[in-house]
Design a protein around this ligand. Structure first.
Ligand code: HEM
Length: 290
């Protein structure tokens, strides 16, 4: 397990541009606003293309922020600094919930508005977002297929490879449970023992739920914008995205948590059907055939 944030991720070299040493820093030069505002370059005259570009760029910036926070949370878990980990997770959930707001703005674009510039996108697609794959990997989903992400540069592929081999947030939490002699099931068992760890698990699950909400909202956006048409990245579009709704970062925690609500064998649920065993809405732990 890596020990420091610096060991786990080396940020790209920083090359400040605007201010020379003689010039005092200003709002614009510190934040590099002029350069930032040159990065929106629509390829058509379609009015909505600007919104499309800014929404993607803004979410990519927040992806970068989320990766930064995730590294710190993982380090905090390794060092058993639970207060610090929970603080980071609180920020992470707020950052993740912002992505939903961005999609909400983009949802004001009509299919006709999208059609005006869609052809200019070529084969480019959010599917190729390197940071999105990094987020999935560091959070808990290792999928070797994304190591050869289409459109990724050599440096980006190296970053993906590094992420792929790093311990995930899920690994870090499971290792911590093991060090404390706990299983996910024991963690969620009723009682006040290991309360701080359980609260941390709740924060992890809240992050997972919000990420999932993003997947769902993005899927709905695509259903409304594209219908049944294929995506620019070559997938079946909304049909492909529906299959990603099964992805979760902390399956063991979801499952253990849902077991707490499972009706003991043979005991009738409040609905009066003795065959129903409660499960979580995500499908973990539900067994409707029992
Ligand atoms: C009208 C707006 C949008 C449409 C029509 C759209 C369409 C699609 C489609 C069809 C895919 C599946 C891959 C493909 O064949 O292209 C996809 C994947 C993806 N899109 Fe979007 N998208 C939109 C907005 C966004 C925004 C604002 C983001 C933010 C960064 C985004 C990020 C992604 C990501 C990360 C994936 C990969 C999802 C996965 O594989 O789980 N998309 N998008």
């Amino acid at each position: 397990m890596t020990d420091t944030i610096a060991e786990s991720f080396t940020p790209p070299a920083f090359a400040p541009s605007a201010a020379t040493p003689a010039e005092p820093l200003s709002y614009g030069s510190y934040l590099e606003v002029p350069g930032l505002l040159e990065l929106q370059r629509p390829r058509t005259d379609a009015h909505d293309e600007m919104l499309f570009i800014i929404t993607h760029q803004a979410i990519e910036l927040w992806f970068s922020c989320a990766l930064h926070e995730l590294e710190q949370v993982r380090t905090s878990l390794d060092r058993e600094l639970l207060g610090q980990a929970r603080w980071g997770l609180r920020r992470l959930t707020r950052v993740t919930s912002l992505w939903l707001g961005h999609l909400d703005v983009l949802a004001t674009m009509t299919p006709a508005g999208f059609n005006e510039f869609r052809g200019a996108l070529g084969e480019s697609s959010g599917f190729q977002s390197v940071q999105f794959r990094e987020l999935e990997m560091i959070s808990g989903l290792r999928d070797r297929r994304y190591l050869n992400l289409p459109g990724a540069s050599v440096a980006e592929r190296e970053r993906l490879l590094r992420r792929f081999h790093e311990p995930t947030l899920n690994d870090a939490f499971m290792d911590l449970l093991e060090r404390r002699g706990l299983s996910p099931e024991k963690l969620f068992a009723p009682g006040r023992a290991a309360e701080e760890l359980r609260d941390t698990a709740e924060d992890l699950l809240a992050y997972d739920a919000l990420f999932h909400q993003w997947r769902y909202q993005h899927w709905m956006l695509v259903v409304r914008a594209l219908g049944a048409r294929p995506g620019s990245g070559g997938s079946a579009g909304s049909e492909f995205l529906r299959t990603t709704l099964d992805k979760w970062f902390f399956p063991e925690l979801h499952e253990a948590r849902s077991q707490v609500h499972a009706a003991p064998a043979g005991e009738a649920s409040p609905e009066g059907d003795g065959n129903v065993v409660y499960g979580c809405p995500m499908g973990y732990g539900s067994d409707l055939s029992a």
